[in-house]
Design a protein around this ligand. Structure first.
Ligand code: ZN
Length: 276
């Protein structure tokens, strides 16, 4: 069954009780604008609410999984006004830091955290470049399968910011490698990510889809309620270590960085970083 959510997000039931969501905007390397993120959220919601779906796979078309947030999008208030919001924050058209923070709280931190808390198991199948905002799609998933060509990058420090809005780096890579990744903007290879426990498996690019779907199908045979309770239990263990509070602190500092750049340079990011 194939039933696209939109031009940029495909939704397919690919195996018994397995839904696959596909980022389908290869011409921009799956750059994330407001529309793509709302469509992706709608796809996650559909899979979460379908009782015939147990496992959700997130994959991407084209040479790269995602090049991150679409920095070319400028008219944020208009883009936000075109969608029904899912969080309780508001004031997307407000001046100063208010409107911008509201938007990032809704579609960046808000969506990633929302997807992390979907009760059903989620698997990201990633390949090529996974840059900055791209990490915010992969990290919320429970399992990550990577093609051997995958490169994970957070280059936001080069933009004068402290890391992406969903600041999961310490939980994904450990404290020291998280700092190195951010301080240098260097690539974390699939092999490195596997060694650090950030991803579950590395496979040749040609085997990525089959590996992810076979794993999804195996998991989907388990009792769904037990899967949900297991996910909730492990997430609770992580949250008991202070993850939600740390996330809020990092997000506040992220907003400070944007405001600093705006006061100093008139832009949300340091202009010495070249926009694509
Ligand atoms: Zn930001």
């Amino acid at each position: 069954m194939s039933d696209s959510i939109s031009d940029v997000i495909r939704y397919d039931i690919v195996r018994p009780r397995v839904a696959q969501i596909t980022l389908a905007k290869p011409e921009t390397r799956n750059a994330q604008d407001t529309e793509l993120l709302y469509d992706l959220n709608a796809a996650f919601d559909r899979a979460a609410q379908d009782d015939d779906v147990s496992v959700i796979v997130l994959a991407a078309e084209g040479p790269h999984f995602s090049s991150g947030h679409d920095l070319r999008e400028q008219d944020y208030p208009a883009a936000m006004a075109a969608h029904e919001t899912v969080g309780t924050w508001c004031g997307f058209g407000c001046a100063g830091a208010e409107g911008h923070m509201a938007r990032e709280k809704e579609i960046y931190l808000g969506f990633s955290e929302r997807w992390r808390n979907i009760p059903k198991p989620t698997i990201a199948a990633v390949h090529g470049k996974v840059i900055a905002g791209g990490l915010m799609l992969a990290w919320p998933c429970d399992l990550i399968i990577a093609a051997d060509d995958t490169q994970f990058i957070d280059n936001t420090v080069a933009m004068g910011v402290n890391g992406v809005e969903f600041f999961h780096h310490p939980w994904e890579l450990g404290v020291r490698r998280a700092k190195e990744m951010l301080f240098t903007s260097d690539v974390v290879t699939a092999a490195d990510a596997f060694r650090l426990g950030m991803i579950n498996r590395v496979v040749p690019r040609a085997e990525l889809e089959d590996t992810a779907l076979e794993l999804a199908e195996r998991i989907a045979r388990m009792p769904l309620f037990a899967l949900k309770l297991t996910k909730e239990s492990i997430n609770a263990a992580q949250d008991a270590q202070g993850r939600p509070q740390a996330l809020q602190t990092s997000f506040a500092l992220h907003q400070l960085a944007h405001t600093h750049n705006r006061v100093r340079f008139g832009d949300l990011i340091d202009p010495r970083f070249a926009r694509p």
